[in-house]
Design a protein around this ligand. Structure first.
Ligand code: ADP
Length: 663
């Protein structure tokens, strides 16, 4: 049962087969697309994994390279530092600190110092009398006289101390120009051994001159001297402690009418040294050696400190951003081993020291300072992820193209296979219809022959005229059968290309008239009207008499079969450029969509089936075949419900083509 049903579905009209194949193709294409997407996803994951491994390896190499750079720098901290400094580096210094002093290379490279080594104070007990006169009695003249002899003393501390006090008393006594002169002399002093409360004498004297010039409102000179004082202060001319440095600088900036602008980089270096002094200096006798690294942002400037403590003293390298960049980072990151990476080094507090901030959504490898022992956190990403993924993108494009082509191939193959199968099925259906139609065609004359033969055999007393009539029916049935067999055999030969055509000159008027006559006699229908208009003579056509007779007969047979209740048939022969044989009826007509199809073998029209007109579907196919062999055309003109006109167009006097006649 199921088998029968499946067979029926399989034999359904071709539309279903097409839908079935489209469904199969859709499933196959969907499977292909799904597979493609999965493949692309997998490939992408693999590519990302490969890049990640590459990045991790680069990050490890970077840690090693940076470690090497710092170790190289730390070698300068050996017990007796090899001071081989780069003169171009402004923000680099090497220092050795012990509890008493700070030694720095290059010289004068610090803006201010954590501690100033004690020098000789510009003072002397011999000034007691002058100081009493100045501070207790406020007799400045007496004080001046008391100090004068000491101002020429040999001992620098006494001489300078006396000169300073002399100038002060002269100022207090209102003898400003004399005071200015003495301060001027002291300002030229280059004796840094003698100081006033740790501040070099020349700085004290120059400040005192400026104060005096301010008091005297000598603006121009004040500007000039204050400016040169400022230049020397920021030019690190003196070794000063932090408090003195800021005190003097701010006062001088006020004279200049400016907000003091300190060099951030230099200040950061000085602050770093201060930090080392405050935090890392060994207190007491520390046996154990230690070392450290620290990178921090001071006043917005990244400073790195590398230090080592041994034998109760601290040796350190302090470097600012320019040095780090030019000496360490640029050479490292410009080397081919780190090209193509986007690196960011930052202090543990998060401030960026070098490179770029990490970008959101871009995969990166990180190495934390706490894990590597380096002073920075490292963030490493691909500089151009798109370019690195280009290989994958290329592969993806190729894969998608391949899959697309495969999908197209599947669709095309399904379409063609579906079409071929549906055609085969349609042909099989037509053939099976044909077999049943032929059986039916045979059955009708055979049945009447058997009936009349039985009647003749059973009743011998039948009158002669009845017997003749019965014999005539038998003869017609026989002829019909033989015509049917002939036409089937003919059709078979035509299909096999083995139908021989014998060419002769035919008078189409005669031929058509005789065929119509014969047809009329054969059909013997009372209400059938066939009128025939042909020229008396001609036109001449070279052709196969039997074949053309067969073609015309088929058209007439159809005209009768599909005439319905209006069996008026008109046959005419016309000769202009070509010879036209027309058979016109007023019957069922043919729909435009069927007009070309009905000329194919086994194809039967819908109206024929609807009106239950029996037929085999080979009549018109034979007509087409014969007319083709004569180099002519079959034309159909029809209006459903009103009738049809079939025209055979043949060339005048043409010979049947040699090929066909050979057959
Ligand atoms: P058959 O007549 O045996 O079916 P044919 O090849 O002679 O086969 O004709 C094919 C189909 O063409 C017919 O089934 C019919 O539908 C249509 N046809 C042929 N001649 C006519 C006609 N004169 N009027 C209407 N339909 C016709």
């Amino acid at each position: 049962m199921i088998k029968v049903k499946a067979f029926q579905i399989w034999k359904r009209p071709s539309r279903y087969t097409a839908v079935l194949f489209l469904g199969v193709a859709a499933v196959a294409v969907s499977a292909l697309v799904w597979m493609g997407v999965q493949l692309v996803k997998q490939d992408r994951a693999l590519e990302e994994k490969r890049l990640e491994e590459q990045r991790e390896a680069t990050a490890d190499r970077l840690v090693v390279a940076l470690e090497k750079v710092l170790s190289e720098e730390e070698r300068k901290l050996a017990d007796s530092p090899t001071v081989n400094l780069n003169p171009e580096a402004e923000d680099f210094l090497l220092l050795i600190i012990d509890s008493a002093e700070v030694r720095v290379w290059p010289d004068n490279s610090l803006l201010y110092y954590p501690v100033i080594p004690p020098g000789r104070e510009a003072s002397s007990p011999q000034f007691a009398e002058a100081e009493k006169a100045e501070f207790q009695d406020q007799e400045y003249g007496r004080a001046i006289n008391a100090l004068r002899p000491f101002s020429r003393a040999k001992d620098p501390a006494t001489r300078i101390g006396a000169q300073l006090r002399l100038a002060r008393n002269l100022r207090k006594a209102g003898r400003f120009s004399e005071a200015l002169e003495i301060y001027g002399e002291l300002a030229k002093s280059s004796d840094h051994e003698v100081s006033v409360s740790g501040v070099p004498v020349d700085l004290v004297a120059r400040r005192a001159r400026c104060l005096l010039l301010e008091k005297l409102e000598s603006r121009e000179q004040l500007q000039q001297e204050a400016q040169s004082l400022w230049n020397d202060l920021i030019g690190r001319h003196w070794q000063l402690d932090r408090a003195s440095y800021f005190y003097y600088s701010e006062e001088v900036a006020q004279w200049l009418g400016e907000v003091p602008k300190f060099d951030n980089g230099q200040q950061a270096l000085a602050e770093a040294v201060l930090w080392l002094w405050q935090n890392q200096l060994p207190i007491g006798n520390v046996e154990q050696d230690s070392s450290g690294r620290r990178s921090s942002s001071i006043n917005g400037t990244s400073v790195i400190m590398l230090w080592r403590v041994s034998n109760n003293r601290l040796a350190a390298v302090v470097a600012g951003p320019d040095y780090q960049q030019s000496q360490w980072f640029d050479p490292l990151f410009e080397s081919p081993s780190f090209s193509g990476v986007r690196v960011g080094l930052s202090n543990p507090d998060g401030t960026l020291v070098y490179g770029n901030e990490p970008r959101d959504g871009i995969p990166a490898s990180t190495r934390l300072a706490s894990a590597t022992g380096l002073p920075w956190d490292i963030n490493l990403a691909d500089a151009n992820l798109e370019a690195d993924m280009s290989l994958f993108n290329q592969r993806r494009r190729l894969m998608m193209m391949g899959l697309g082509m495969l999908a197209l191939l599947v669709i095309a193959a399904s379409y063609f296979i579906g079409r071929a199968i549906s055609r085969e099925l349609a042909a099989a259906r037509l053939q099976s219809d044909f077999v049943s139609a032929v059986s039916h065609e045979f059955r009708t004359p055979l049945t009447s022959m058997r009936q009349f033969t039985e009647m003749l055999v059973e009743d011998e007393s039948l009158p002669v005229d009845k017997r003749r009539a019965y014999h005539q029916v038998q003869e017609r049935s026989t002829r019909r059968l033989s015509r049917l067999v002939e036409s089937l055999l003919d059709f078979g030969r035509m299909e096999a290309g083995a139908r021989p055509y014998r060419s002769e000159s035919l008078n189409m008027g005669h031929l058509v008239r005789s065929v119509v006559e014969e047809f009329k006699q054969e059909t013997e229908s009372n209400n059938l009207i066939i009128d025939c208009s042909t020229p008396d003579e001609g036109p001449e056509v070279n052709g196969d008499r039997e074949a053309l007779t067969q073609a015309l007969w088929n058209l007439l047979d159809n005209a009768v079969k599909y005439s319905g209740d209006r069996p008026n048939i008109h046959v005419e022969v016309e000769a202009e450029n070509q010879v036209a044989i027309r058979v016109r009826d007023q019957g069922l007509g043919i729909t435009p969509s069927e007009r070309r199809r009905i000329l194919r073998k086994f194809v039967r029209g819908s109206s024929a089936k609807a009106c239950d007109v029996k037929g085999t579907g080979i009549g018109l196919a034979m007509v087409q075949h014969i007319v083709d062999a004569h180099g002519g055309r079959v034309l159909i003109d029809s209006e459903p419900g009103k009738g049809s006109t079939f025209t055979i167009q043949l060339p005048k006097g043409r010979r049947v083509n040699d090929k066909d006649s050979d057959r």
